[in-house]
Design a protein around this ligand. Sequence first.
Ligand SMILES: Cc1cc2nc3c(=O)[nH]c(=O)nc-3n(C[C@H](O)[C@H](O)[C@H](O)COP(=O)(O)O)c2cc1C
Length: 229
Amino acid sequence: MPKNSISVTDAIKTRRSIRAFLDKPVEKSLMEEVLQQAARAPSGGNLQPWKVYAISGEVRDQLVNTVSEKQATNPLGDGSEYNIYPPDLNDPYRSRRRDVGNQLYQLIGIPREDKAAKFAQLAKNFQFFGAPVGLIFTFDKHMGLGQHVDLGLYMQNVLLLCKEKGLDTCAQEAWAVWHQTIRDVVGIPQNELVFCGVAVGYADPGEKINELVSERASLEEFAQLKGFD
Ligand SMILES: Cc1cc2nc3c(=O)[nH]c(=O)nc-3n(C[C@H](O)[C@H](O)[C@H](O)COP(=O)(O)O)c2cc1C
């Protein structure tokens, strides 16, 4: 293995969603390398349906500032183009979603009933949690389920390659509710669906919120192995 590299296993094991970043820029060449290398992801029919907009500097700041201004009068944003979660989310998914939220708020000392503090924490999504780079992932609205999965494969490559190169990340579906504002600021055509953002930068090691290690279900809950000796 080349010096400074990390195994796929270790990249998967050590990647975590990071929600507080240092004010330290990410070089354009490093970002290009990640986005290019990630495109070795497989896709049905080799369609490569993913699209990504990497924003930094003035463009990133303009998006963050525009959303921050709009939020004062319009806290719900532009409305999402898709259901981020099914409206009738059932168990065990509902409990998992609730539990990770509770763990996060408990870790940073926000009491269960403090809605204002929870909202303020959620709003940090729209500052990319202080990260210097935001990625906006889109795909052509014509695309179907198979291509949505392809985009996920590409995104996971991006997250793991970032880890390999010393960068931290947080995927952010929260950005979906500002799709029209993102379109206007970043210049994304109407035929693309704004699926998700990803914050990219260097974790702030002093921030408690970055200590969150989310739980995982046991193998038996989601996998069945049949016909093995
Ligand atoms: C597609 C996607 C969207 C997400 N959206 C958000 C988000 O808007 N805000 C946030 O804080 N975390 C978001 N997350 C992070 C998840 O909460 C996180 O991946 C999950 O709790 C597991 O934790 P881990 O990433 O630290 O392993 C998102 C993750 C994915 C894959």
